[in-house]
Write a protein that binds this ligand. Sequence first.
Ligand code: DMJ
Length: 655
Amino acid sequence: MPVGGLLPLFSSPAGSGLGGGLGGGLGGGRKGSGPAAFRLTEKFVLLLVFSAFITLCFGAIFFLPDSSKLLSGVLFHSSPALQPPADRKPGPGARAEDAADGRARRGEEGAPGDPAAALEDNLARIRENHERALREAKETLQKLPEEIQRDILMEKEKVAQDQLSNRVGFKMLPPVDLAPLVGAIDGEPADAAIREKREKIKEMMKHAWNNYKRYAWGKNELKPVSKGGHSSSLFGNIQGATIVDALDTLFIMKMKDEFEEAKAWVDENLNFNMNAEVSVFEVNIRFVGGLISAYYLSGEEIFRKKAVELGVKLLPAFHTPSGIPWALLNIKSGIGRNWPWASGGSSILAEFGTLHLEFIHLSYLSGNPIFADKVMNIRTVLNNLEKPQGLYPNYLNPNSGQWAQYHVSVGGLGDSFYEYLLKAWLMSDKTDLQAKKMYFDAIKAIETHLIRKSRNGLTYIAEWKGGLLEHKMGHLTCFAGGMFALGADDAPEGLTQHYLQLGAEIARTCHESYNRTFVKLGPEAFRFDGGVEAIATRQNEKYYILRPEVVETYMYMWRLTHDPKYRKWAWEAVEALEKHCRVKGGYSGLRDVYFHKESYDDVQQSFFLAETLKYLYLIFSDDDLLPLEHWIFNTEAHLLPVLSRNIKKVEVNEK
Ligand code: DMJ
């Protein structure tokens, strides 16, 4: 059909309408009269048939599956060996192969082998694909419905995570209602003697920081004696733990230049795209916590971006049947596992129970409920479980969602879980009533079953093993004095005074554990049996690694009571640190606090800068520096603002 014959179809003359147009086209320009002219209905039917034909043609070309192959097979009878393989990828490689195929078709030189071999090759590939599909279908059929559901959920989550990563990568995080900063700096004491002490602690921070910078910049921690970098396996290959842990301490001490160099390092070097197996708990409390804290203090977007980026990396840890996360996670493959030593492959209470505060903030900062969903699910699992004597065992199996060994501790393996229940209540602007109830129920059971008084009147918190008490208290457990005091205000049944008193008693016991050593710094664990009180009896419990828990409790007790003894005790700790832990290259832990000659462990822990020095500095500052009604300290002493009940929060998806 000549092209000219079609044209009038698309250009009906004015006034002639459809009939005129069609007639003009098909009738060679004649108006609708004469024997060859069609009637209107005939024209309409013809138009329909014609347009159906055109649609069919287009459909065949564009929409039928692999129509090109079909056409080439039917029309050109080409050999399958010469067809491009179905899974060919675009890109330069594909073009080279196309060219080779072309040469083969034209019988040019360099054509790949003989057509029969190529045909066999292609068939093998098809067979292989077919078998793989069958295998996958069989595997799926063997799964339980819950497993299939979980796989679907994981796939969905993966998509959600990818979207979130893109939002972080493309800087599409939502605007955040940054509450006016209350007391982030200053707190300068009027009393000159106190001011001087505060200055001294700042000088200690400078000594720790400068030596880290000089000898271990960019590494996780400093070896202050051998003057090099120290890397713990807790962070995999993630580097810079000291930098991230120190950020907020630098900020509140107004060490502006140092803060800026730390920020620049984070911007240029802090990288999570690596094949690294990390401790989810440690990375969360130090890195996620440190970055969030730095963001709220400084308002610098880079910290929020990095915190959310890292949060996304940690999400695959929750891919367990119960949603209780793995302790260890490969942040590249997303494969998780538990510590090999943990009872029956269990997750640890103090680890999975110490994600709550940071993850609630991650949801707020990213505008995505996924983080809060994860930790609220942990809460639900724990709340629904039967608890022996009202106590929370340290080991929980993430596959069965059931407790493993009945071992209860307010020190290592359990500690910060209780701390985070209380702080979830406080950080929610006292709206998270479930956290409040769980906290007060838990500490009631702890008081009944674990807290005891020594013959000479020292209150201590023992460890509970299937109903039997081990009369030992860890340095880590000493944080509990501050926790009891911090929660006292909201205690039920007029117990406020009681909990404040309990806090004071724990502070006294922990002070005794310091006072009864040669260096006046406490051991890793101390005992109340075999005729001793607050003294370490085993060689492997006599070390001190610059831990903060005792001065942490002094800080809360000072703030809440203003009893001058807490400043006195804190100063004793400063003097002991200066005398026994300070070396030319920084601060080192000690192997034996009872020994008259220092034996250094040669590690300057990152928490020394994040926690120990920060708490000491606060004890010698006025209370308007970081007021407790506005700021929550995470378990690494990083600062999280109270999320006021008036700000809009992201919705958590109820299970
Ligand atoms: C810190 O990393 C945290 O305080 C954690 O909760 C317990 N251990 C260390 C300090 O001792």
